[in-house]
Design a protein around this ligand. Structure first.
Ligand SMILES: [Zn+2]
Length: 299
């Protein structure tokens, strides 16, 4: 049993240790590992819809993993759209979020589908604070020595090979989400009035993996036993495999509707994009209203 208690002061009340009360087994479902084995902090997106409440969001992810036949969360942390960092899988265990390399990673899943919208500002803040804690204030992770150890799920294939191709964590990774998390820069305009340039979450640059047959990305338990790789990141797709139950690890069956991490089968309204545009326009009006003369017309 792994029971690694964390005290993350940077997060204050944005941290919730949900290991005991969340669905599934947070302590022993998957194999125990040494913290010195951890080589990367891996950012994921859930490909589920934000509700503004970490608990319902996290419970839903748990349900998806349960429906895959797992006995616990595949991630170590979720980060709700309200910024709460939820500890769901002990970091002393190798969970199931980067197929074939789970013992090397701490899996951090931001709630949302970042092929369709951007993370919330508070999610950026919390992801920064969580990574900063592990990089700068948690010496037990001897290999987590700098921000270069923070990767997106999609980077794992180039780094290690032998894992699932995925669009996770969405279109703005690595540009520009990675830098925002590292530098703790949110999307809303800065106080000095300099608007932050929004990148289109749907920019074509990421195309390759997004549509590969359905979703890519999902997370699969990688234990030797586990499944190949369907990424089912998001929905119960069949690879469910309890690492404790031997599963064939043959060729991946692409006929399965993978859903997770890459794409979501259920249409998500793309209102967030419009909301962002609206916010930007509102910001412009505010800016104009501060200029004498013109301000009279907007003020
Ligand atoms: Zn992922």
């Amino acid at each position: 049993m792994a029971n690694t208690t964390l005290n993350i002061q940077q997060l204050g009340n944005r941290f919730y240790d949900y290991r005991k009360d969340c669905w599934g087994n947070s302590y022993t479902w998957v194999e125990k590992r040494s913290l010195t084995q951890v080589q990367r902090l891996v950012i994921h997106h859930s490909v589920t819809q934000p509700t503004g409440n970490w608990k319902t969001e996290t419970d839903f992810v748990g349900l998806l993993h349960k429906n895959r036949g797992w006995n616990g969360f595949g991630y170590h942390f979720t980060i709700g759209s309200d910024g709460v960092v939820v500890y769901v899988g002990d970091i002393g265990t190798a969970r199931a979020n980067v197929a074939n390399h789970n013992e090397k990673v701490i899996g951090i899943c931001l709630i949302g589908d970042f092929t369709k919208h951007l993370p919330t500002d508070i999610q950026i803040n919390s992801a920064h604070d969580l990574c900063d804690f592990f990089i700068n204030h948690y010496p037990a992770l001897t290999q987590i020595t700098g921000w270069d150890k923070v990767i997106g799920h999609k980077d794992a294939l180039a780094l290690w090979g032998n894992t699932t191709a995925t669009a996770c964590p969405g279109s703005s990774w690595p540009f520009d989400m990675r830098d925002r998390i590292r530098d703790n820069i949110v999307y809303i305009p800065h106080e000095d009035g300099t608007p932050v340039i929004e990148t289109s979450p749907e920019s074509p640059t990421e195309a390759p993996t997004e549509d590969s047959g359905g979703e890519s990305g999902g997370e699969t338990p990688d234990s030797p036993v586990s499944v190949s790789d369907t990424d089912s990141g998001g929905f119960p797709t069949g690879d469910g495999s309890d690492p404790s139950i031997p599963v064939e690890s043959g060729p991946v069956d692409n006929s399965q509707p993978d859903t997770s991490d890459g794409t979501w089968d259920i249409p998500i309204e793309e209102t967030s994009q419009e909301t962002l545009q609206y916010s930007f326009i509102s910001f412009l009006f505010k800016l104009l209203s501060k200029i004498p003369f013109i301000g009279r017309f907007f003020g």
